[in-house]
Design a protein around this ligand. Structure first.
Ligand code: NDP
Length: 334
């Protein structure tokens, strides 16, 4: 990793690397811009850690793909996800956080200060690293699904639902996200099928009730999607019933849109050589803290939370990460 200058002037300090590359030197780097990243930034900025935050692939995170957030305390009338994230960002910037667009493409966490490369070219060296990279929507992995991405297949009803106004669509999944997507689409589309692989839903009772009380949603239990078909754009889905059983049968539903809501994959790939994750790829933290197995590297939000995954729990863990980073830097005398 080579030598670097002392942290006397964070704004201008640059570290010489091998070759002609220069690294920007920071005290606290935050990767990710959902409720966890922005909350970490608010706390880190107010603690004078001069945080730099990179927004990543989806600025504002998953909340920018939801409509109404009704369960975040302090908003009795609800608030839209994008507006909420805009407010979080403004609050982080008000205390001096530098929010930048860019994606962390690789890291070297073998020794401190830690090296993070943005967009394969810009290198930063940081004393404390806060990972808030969240999780990404999953797809079924069908070949035909790939073919219709952008012309019938989507993982975000609030982004793409508008294109299917007065049309027939399907939502795959039986969790809260699937119910939320189906309910949103039911307000726009003529008919919404919910394709659920089990004989029951995983979603909370209140969401299930809303789904069952919506006349233009038809729930299809014990179905899997075998194939999506269409000439240029999606026209129909082939479903199998009771997959793998002797009475397996096929049925075809005519649809213009196919929405996925089957969970998420944690965005931890670039950290895996250094940071301990569970079998699903969620970063492991020391219980009750945001500390990872590497001193000075902290994780918050959905990247370390397979269980709750709520905006409010993500924000809470972002606060923990900033406080943990502040204490770590103080102990190191940085
Ligand atoms: P979940 O993991 O809760 O649900 C995923 C759903 O997709 C399950 O029904 C699962 O089926 C199904 N599924 C997974 N893989 C496949 C596959 N290959 N083929 C077919 N179906 C599949 O994810 P969510 O995104 O719904 O929710 C994540 C978390 O966020 C939850 O804790 C949820 O409560 C929360 N949430 C809360 C909301 C709210 O309160 N308004 C809104 C959205 C999310 P199976 O059950 O068979 O495994």
């Amino acid at each position: 990793m080579g030598l670097f200058k002392p942290l006397d002037n964070l704004e201008n300090d640059k570290k010489e690397l091998a070759g002609d590359q220069e690294a920007e030197r920071v005290k606290c780097l935050i990767i990710g811009s959902g409720p966890a990243g922005y909350t970490a930034a608010i706390y880190a900025a107010r603690a004078n850690l001069k945080p730099v935050l990179y927004e990543g692939l989806e600025p504002g995170g998953q909340l920018t793909t939801t409509t109404e957030v009704e369960n975040y305390p302090g908003y009795p009338e609800g608030i839209t996800g994008p507006k909420m994230m805009e407010d979080f960002k403004k609050q982080a910037e008000r205390f001096g956080t530098k929010c930048r667009s860019g994606i962390a493409t690789s890291v070297d966490l073998s020794s401190a200060p830690y090296e993070v490369t943005i967009d394969d070219k810009h290198i930063l060296m940081t004393d404390a690293l806060i990972i808030a990279t969240g999780a990404t929507a999953r797809y079924l992995g069908l070949e035909s699904e790939e073919k219709f991405k952008g012309s019938g297949v989507s993982a975000c009803a609030t982004c793409d639902g508008f294109f299917y106004k007065e049309k027939d669509v399907a939502v795959t999944g039986g969790g809260d996200s699937a119910c939320e997507e189906a309910l949103y689409l039911a307000g726009l589309c003529r008919k919404v099928y919910m394709i659920i692989r089990k004989d029951h839903m995983r979603a909370s009772k209140i969401m299930q009730e809303r789904v069952f009380n919506t006349p233009n949603i038809e729930v299809l239990f014990e179905r899997n999607t075998k194939e999506l078909r269409g000439k240029e754009v999606l026209e129909e889905a082939v479903l199998t019933r009771k997959k793998g059983e002797p009475d397996e049968s096929e049925e075809v539903i005519k649809i213009d849109g196919f929405f996925l809501a089957i969970g998420h994959t944690p965005n931890s790939q670039i950290f895996k050589d250094y940071i301990e994750t569970d079998d699903l790829g969620y970063i492991k933290t020391i219980p009750g803290t945001s500390k990872t197995n590497i001193p000075g590297v902290f994780a918050c939000g959905d990247i370390q939370d397979p269980a709750y995954r709520q905006a409010v729990t993500a924000a809470g863990s972002g606060c923990q990460a900033a406080i943990d980073a502040e204490r770590y830097l103080a102990e190191k005398g940085i």
